[in-house]
Write a protein that binds this ligand. Structure first.
Ligand code: NCD
Ligand code: ZN
Length: 345
C-alpha cells in the first residue's frame, strides 16, 4: 500500500508548554490532529479549573487562523496532595476538563508539585470515580532505590494495581506505557483501564540511547526499554484492542536544555506524529489497524464523538528539518535530518 486515508486522528497525550514556546509548537499538532489532551505540567502547574480554562483560551488564541475551528484542546488538571473534591466537581461541570493527571512527585518534568503519597488523594479519587472523570497516570515510582528501568513495573505492583481494586469504577489511562508488564496489566484489567502509546516507544529500544555515544534527544520518561518491551507495545498497538490508543507525549525542550550535563527528559514528535505511527504500523504489516488505534479507541474511551473528517498519507520519503523554531531557541525534532517514509498530504 502506498496511500492510506483514515479518519482524522486525535493525540491523547500532548505537552504544549505556554507563551511563545506554545505558539511555535502548536501548529505542528493542530495540522494533524483534531483534538489533543493537553498535559497540565506547566512551570506553574494547572491545578484549578480556572487555570485550565485560562490555559485553554491562550491555546485557542495562539492557533493559526486557519486552524481556529479545526483543533480542540481538551484540558486536564494536575493532581496534588491537596486537590479538593470541589475542584473536581467544578472541572467536570466546566465540560472542558477531560481528566486529572497524576504525577508522582519528582517523577518527571515539572512534577515537584505532584503527589507525594497516593493515600492523600483517596477522597478526591472517590469523587472522580463518582462523577466519572478519568485519572491519567504517569506510572513510575520515584524511590531512588528502584532501578530506573523497573520504575513502571514496580509502580503497577505498589500503586496502580491496589488503586484499581480500591476504585473499580474509576476510569484510568495508564499513560505512555513502556513495558510488557504494563501491556499485560492493561489487557487483564477491567474495561475502565486503558493506555496511551507513544510513537517513539514503538520505534526505539534502549540501544537508541547509546548509539555511537550518548543521545540526549532519545531521552524521555519513562525511559525507552529493551527490545522485548518494544515488541509488546507494537503487538498491543496493532492488536485492534480498544484499550490501546495514540498519545504522542510530544514534549519540547530547547536544544541547550537537552544537550546538557543534566539534560531534560522529553522527545518532540509533533512535527511528524501521524507519519511516525504510520511508518511503524507499515513496518509491522498492520496499516489496516492504524485508524482504530489513532482515531477511534481514544475517542471511545473518553466518551467523545469520533471525528468525521479524513486525512490521507502517502508513502513518499521526506527529510525532517535539522531544527525548528522554539521561542528564539532551537528545538531538535525527532529524526532531525533523517528521512521518514510516509507523509501526510
Ligand atoms: C514530559 C515533559 O517534558 O513535560 N517529559 C517526558 O520525558 N515525557 C513529561 C512526561 O510526560 O513525563
Ligand atoms: Zn507526557
Amino acid at each position: 500500500m502506498t496511500r492510506i486515508t483514515i479518519t482524522r486522528p486525535d493525540d491523547w497525550h500532548l505537552h504544549l508548554r505556554d507563551g511563545e514556546q506554545m505558539r511555535d509548537v502548536l501548529g505542528h499538532s493542530a495540522r494533524q490532529f483534531a483534538r489533543a489532551i493537553i498535559m497540565p505540567n506547566l512551570k506553574s502547574p494547572v491545578i484549578t479549573t480556572d487555570m485550565a480554562l485560562a490555559y485553554r483560551a491562550r491555546i485557542i488564541a495562539a492557533l493559526p487562523a486557519t486552524m481556529q475551528s479545526s483543533f480542540a484542546p481538551l484540558m486536564t488538571l494536575y493532581l496534588t496532595d491537596n486537590t479538593p473534591s470541589d475542584e473536581i466537581i467544578r472541572a467536570k461541570e466546566s465540560g472542558m476538563v477531560h481528566g486529572v493527571k497524576l504525577y508522582p512527585s519528582g517523577a518527571t518534568t515539572n512534577s515537584a508539585a505532584g503527589v507525594t503519597d497516593i493515600t492523600k488523594c483517596y477522597a478526591t479519587l472517590e469523587t472522580m470515580q463518582q462523577i466519572d472523570l478519568p485519572l491519567l497516570v504517569h506510572g513510575e515510582v520515584t524511590d531512588p532505590d528502584v532501578d530506573v528501568f523497573d520504575r513502571e513495573k514496580i509502580f503497577i505492583d505498589r500503586v496502580l494495581s491496589p488503586l484499581t481494586q480500591r476504585f473499580p469504577n474509576l476510569r484510568i489511562v495508564f499513560e505512555h506505557v513502556t513495558t510488557c508488564d504494563a501491556v499485560t496489566f492493561v489487557q487483564e484489567s477491567s474495561r475502565n483501564i486503558a493506555a496511551s502509546i507513544t510513537a517513539h516507544h514503538l520505534l526505539l529500544n534502549r540501544n537508541a540511547l547509546f548509539e555511537g555515544g550518548i543521545r540526549p534527544h532519545h531521552f524521555c520518561l519513562p525511559v525507552i526499554k529493551r527490545e522485548k518491551h518494544r515488541l509488546a507495545l507494537l503487538e498491543a498497538a496493532t492488536s485492534n484492542n480498544p484499550k490501546f490508543f495514540l498519545g504522542t507525549d510530544s514534549a519540547p525542550h530547547s536544544q541547550p536544555n537537552k544537550e546538557n550535563a543534566c539534560g531534560c527528559a522529553g522527545i518532540f514528535t509533533a512535527h511528524a506524529a501521524i507519519e511516525l505511527y504510520t511508518e511503524t504500523f507499515d513496518q509491522a504489516g498492520a496499516l489496516d489497524k492504524l485508524e482504530a488505534f489513532a482515531s477511534f479507541h481514544g475517542a471511545d474511551f473518553y466518551q467523545l464523538p469520533r471525528n468525521q473528517e479524513k486525512i490521507t498519507l502517502t508513502k513518499e520519503s521526506w527529510t525532517v528539518p535539522d531544527q525548528l523554531a522554539f521561542s528564539g531557541e532551537k528545538l531538535i525534532p525527532f529524526r532531525a535530518g533523517e528521512s521518514l517514509s510516509w507523509r501526510m498530504v
